[in-house]
Design a protein around this ligand. Structure first.
Ligand SMILES: [Cu+2]
Length: 202
């Protein structure tokens, strides 16, 4: 019984410690005007990175290329050009988000599509960007929203590099805010387990 409870306790702590969370405040290129904040979270190496949040002030009813680029940018008034190219650790061609790891850049997240008011609610799961696998980690890199549609890498030339997604409209540094020592969600369960242990042994 004791061993069982200890096992549950350790399992809960382990689970709680594994989640990595990052945020990015996206600001229009070279300004401090925010278009919204996105949250990136991953429970463990085999889980997808979930991206959630709402972005505003984009062109209405249109698709915008959405990528992780290689380098960090400043936290305020970012120069989106400083982020360099798409995050591409395996030196592959550009592709749509649905492609496998050898047919897209790690940072290729396709498009986001706005409503009639120029806003978009994002809730995306991606298995190729990572926080646990260091080669594919997006921590400290930059998320960019482009002005135009990402064509997914068809054809030759620019399409296979950038997807013809046009100017870098807004960008934000992907900043890890909770690096694995996050036991908050299970605190109540921990207290309960400790209470049970105390009741049994004292
Ligand atoms: Cu891009």
């Amino acid at each position: 019984m004791f061993m069982l409870l200890i096992s549950i306790l350790l399992l809960l702590i382990h689970h709680g410690q594994c989640r990595i969370v990052a945020t990015a405040n996206l600001q229009q290129h070279l300004t401090s005007t925010s278009i919204g904040t996105l949250t990136f979270s991953q429970n463990d190496a085999n889980s997808p990175v979930q991206i959630t949040g709402k972005l505003n002030s984009l062109n209405a009813s249109s698709s915008h290329g959405f990528h992780v680029h290689t380098n960090p940018v400043a936290e305020t008034s970012p120069d989106c050009a400083a982020a360099a190219g798409h995050f591409n650790p395996y030196n592959t061609g550009h592709g749509p988000r649905e492609a496998d790891i050898w047919h897209r850049h790690v940072g290729d997240l396709g498009n986001i599509t706005t409503d009639a008011s120029g806003s978009v609610d994002i809730n995306m799961n991606d298995y190729i960007i990572q926080f646990y696998n260091s080669t594919q980690s997006i921590a400290g890199r930059t998320i960019i929203v482009h002005l135009l549609f990402d064509d997914g890498g068809h054809g030759m030339g620019e399409s296979n590099i950038t997807g013809n997604a046009g100017a870098r409209y807004a960008c934000g540094l992907i900043k890890v805010t909770s690096n694995g020592i996050n036991i908050k969600p299970i605190r109540s369960v921990l207290y309960l387990t400790i209470m049970i242990l105390i009741m049994i042994f004292f």
